[in-house]
Structure formats: C-alpha cells, structure tokens
Design a protein around this ligand. Structure first.
Ligand code: ASP
Length: 479
C-alpha cells in the first residue's frame, strides 16, 4: 500500500487532495458541518498560503542576485528584459483577442430572456442619465420607446449597490485610475529597501533592487565578490529546498484549502448549483477560453518553438505549479513552485527563471485579461448594449493595462475589471452580477497566468541558450 502511494507522482497526489477537498466540502455543507470546516480545516489552508508567501520574496531576491551575478555578459540582461516584456505583451493581447472572439460568437449574455434584458437596458439608460460624463454608446433609447412602457413600473432608480464590499472595490479602483501613467515606474524604485522587502507587497521593487545588486556584484573585485556570490547561491538553494519539502505535503494542504474555499462559497450544495445555473453560459465561455490557453495555445507554442520539448513533457513538468495556482488563486503565492518547476524539471537556468518568472507573476496575466474582456462584453450583452469595434479595441488596451496592474492575489482581476467597464462607459457596479462565480473563475485564470509565465520563460531560455534540453525531465522515462 505505502509502496503504491509512493509511486504516485506528486501532481496526481495533489489532484487527489483537491478532489477529496471538494467532495468533503459538499458533504460538509450537506450535513451542516460548515462551521467545523471553517474552524478546524480551513486554517491549514491559510497556513499553507502563508508558508508559500513567505518563501516567495526571499526566493525572488536570492534567485535574481545569484542569477544576474553569474551572467557573463551584462548586455544580455537588457536583451532578455526587452524580450520578456515583448513576449508577455504579445501573449496577453492574443488572450484578449481570443476571449473577444469567443464571447462575440457564443453571446452568453443573450441567453437570458428578452424581457429581463430589456429591463436591464432601461436600468442602464437611467444610470447613464444620472451619471455625469457618461453617454449612451448606441442610438437606441428604450426609455423613450412606447413598446417598453409596460416595463417601466418595475424599474428602480437607485444605482448604488447595497453591498459595501462592491462599493469599496469601486473606490479603490477609482483611486488607481487617478494616478499618473508613470506611477508604475516610480513605484518600481524602492525608497527604503528594508521596507520593500519586509512589506512583502512590492515585488517589482525587490526585483529592481536585486538586479541592481547583482549587476554591481559583477563590477567589484573578484576576491570581494566571490564570498558574497557564494552566500546568495547558497541561500537560493536553501529556499528552493524549502519549496521542495513543503510540496511533499501539498496534497494535504490543498485538501484543506479547497474544503475551506468551497464551504465559504455557499451554505448548501443547492445554493452552489443555483449560482452556477444563472451564470452558467458565461462561466462556460470563460472556462472554454481559459482551457484553450492552458491545453492548446501554450503547449503548442512551446513545443513548436522549442522542438525538443514535447506537449506532454511541458505540461507534466509544470503541473505542480498549475495545480498550486488553481488551489491558491494567487500567482504570487505560486511563484516559489513555478521557479522550482522551471529550474528543476524544465532545466531552465536560474538567470532566466529567476528573472523572467517574478516579472511575469507581477505583470503577465493572460488569464485575467481574457476573463476581463469576456466579462465586459457579457455584461454589455446582458444589458442589450452593443459595443462597437472601436470600443472593443479600447477593451483590448484597458484589459492589457488592467491585467498588468492587477496584483497577483485572489480576486484582483475583478477589481481591475471596474476600470475596464468604466473605460467603455459601462456601470462598474455590474461586477456584482458576476461576483458569485468569481472565485472559481479566479482559480482557472490564475492557472492560465502561471502557465503563460512558464511558457514565455521556457521560450526565452531557449532563445538565450539557457535551457539544458538534454536533461529535461521526461515523463515517458520518469514514470
Ligand atoms: N488571482 C489572479 C492571480 O493571482 C489575479 C486575478 O485575476 O484575480 O494571478
């Protein structure tokens, strides 16, 4: 028995943990054990998240310093930086375009009955009238059309959502919008490196410091640089090992994490089904788009550019990171595992993995941007608002920026969706409509975000000759 268990590869063990967690959550809500689950099981999920999070920052710091200081040619860094940003942008724009294509073809918003949609439309028109600076985006006017007079009695003229959490989200998104466009550049530079490291929130500041430190290390005399470099190499090894040790217990932690998340979603299984029924088509369209990215776009892209890496090899080698992303809904918390998978399984050099992945975790969110594009059009369809081609182009632009600006934590994409809605003159409070299914979609889009980072990293490593193609873990030989 124990032998058989040992033989199960880690990702299968994690999947089993996930499935048991989900099944348990349903049983627990059926028998009314939810408060037991929240008090006694959920905390272990939180412990797991904390462990992952505390490893992320030191790992980024040490892996960048140790990677950059082992570069033989500093100009390589500039080239790699340009490639990283270029590739990340291309994959994001592709993801948004695929999302727009799917939502325009399947039209999930038109599945609701027409009377309800007409009411939504009139509600939207009332909101436009009441909101300064917003205009109707098309030439329709349902409020003035006698055909819809009979619906007027049901219209409410309050547009504020009662839910405080939604109001707070809108306020914090508006604050972001008012900032200068260069604020991201300013924010990248730490004014106090101790504070940047200890706050655990300023990944880009830590990346900036680590690159600067690593480069400077190359310019000081060899005898002084050597012990410092050895120190950072050693620290990097220690943190990678910590991730390895933690991952051995991941299946148990993932069980606790999922049991907690699902039991918090709703109190009874019937409620869960109800939520998914009303937003079913939308959920399906987002899921199709995201799965296409995970199982078709990325592996095909990687295996067609890096011929020696087969479809299955790639997916299998990064699967622990994908499963972590799914369970934690946070690319930042997953980062230690992503770095470990790329270095240990894909044999990408630590220069590249340590540099490209942390930047990706912060700025490259293909899943988030695709989800935002689909959500905006779905909400417009639900309110019978037809967005023109130009408006859809604006969505490409704002969703790209919004995904770059989204923090790599759960639900960040939903908050930034507010900005995308406002950019095309739609009501930001509509996020409340899709809020109930956000957590599950967050899990899948985070998996896409992490897979995107891993794909771009593999391709850049290949183009820079920084991947050891002959020793990549091969699932066919390492069963
Ligand atoms: N949870 C996502 C991530 O960490 C961001 C989002 O789309 O909410 O990658």
């Amino acid at each position: 028995m124990s032998k058989a268990r040992k033989k199960l590869p880690l990702h299968i063990q994690i999947i089993i943990g996930m499935i048991i967690g989900i099944i348990y959550a349903f049983i627990s809500s059926y028998f009314g054990w939810n408060s037991f689950t929240r008090n006694w099981i959920d905390p272990f999920g939180t412990i797991f998240l904390r462990l992952l999070k505390f490893m992320a920052l030191p790992l980024v710091l040490f892996s960048i310093i140790s990677g950059v200081s082992s570069l033989s040619d500093v100009s390589k860094l500039g080239r790699m930086g340009a490639k990283t940003i270029g590739f990340y942008l291309v994959t994001t724009i592709f993801a948004i375009s695929l999302g727009l294509f799917l939502v325009n073809v399947i039209k999930p918003g038109s599945f609701m009955d027409d009377e309800q949609r007409a009411k939504n439309r009139m509600q939207y028109e009332l909101w436009v009238e009441a909101t300064p600076g917003v205009e109707l985006k098309d030439n329709l006017n349902f409020l003035e059309d006698p055909k819809y007079d009979y619906l007027k009695a049901d219209l409410k003229d309050d547009f504020e959502f009662k839910d405080d959490s939604i109001k707070d989200k809108i306020m914090s998104a508006n604050q972001k919008k008012e900032e200068s466009p260069l604020v991201f550049l300013v924010n990248m530079i730490p004014d106090n490196i101790g504070a940047a490291i200890s706050s655990n929130q300023n990944m880009l500041q830590v990346i900036f410091f680590a690159i600067f430190f690593g480069i400077t290390l190359l310019f000081i005399p060899e005898d002084k640089a050597k012990p410092i470099k050895a120190f950072f190499d050693g620290m990097n090894e220690i943190f990678l090992k910590m991730v390895d040790i933690l991952m051995r217990y991941a299946p148990y932690f993932v069980f606790a994490l999922l049991a907690g998340v699902i039991s918090k979603m709703a109190d009874t299984p019937a409620e869960v089904f109800q939520i998914f029924k009303s937003l079913g088509t939308y959920t399906i369209v987002v899921t199709i788009g995201l799965l296409l990215m995970i199982f078709v776009v990325y592996p095909t892209l990687v295996s067609s550019i890096v011929r020696k890496v087969k479809y299955r090899t790639f997916l299998r080698n990064i699967s622990p990171a994908q499963l972590m992303a799914f369970s934690t809904s946070s690319s930042a918390a997953t980062l230690p595992v992503t770095i470990d998978c790329l270095e240990e399984n894909m044999k990408v050099s630590k220069n590249v993995a340590g540099f490209v992945l942390p930047i990706g975790a912060t700025v490259n969110m293909d899943g988030t941007s695709m989800y935002q594009a689909i959500a905006v059009i779905f909400l417009a369809q639900l309110h019978m608002v037809d967005l023109s081609f130009t408006q859809q182009l604006i969505i490409v632009l704002t969703a790209t920026l919004a995904s770059i600006g989204s923090a790599a934590v759960p639900s960040a994409g939903l908050i930034m969706l507010i900005i995308v809605l406002q950019s095309v003159g739609l009501n930001p409070a509509w996020i409340a409509i899709i809020f109930p299914v956000d957590r599950i979609l967050d899990m899948i889009r985070t998996t896409v975000n992490v897979t995107g980072d891993a794909s771009v990293t593999t391709i850049i490593a290949y183009s820079e000759n920084e991947i050891d193609l002959d020793s990549i873990n091969d699932p066919n030989t390492n069963e």
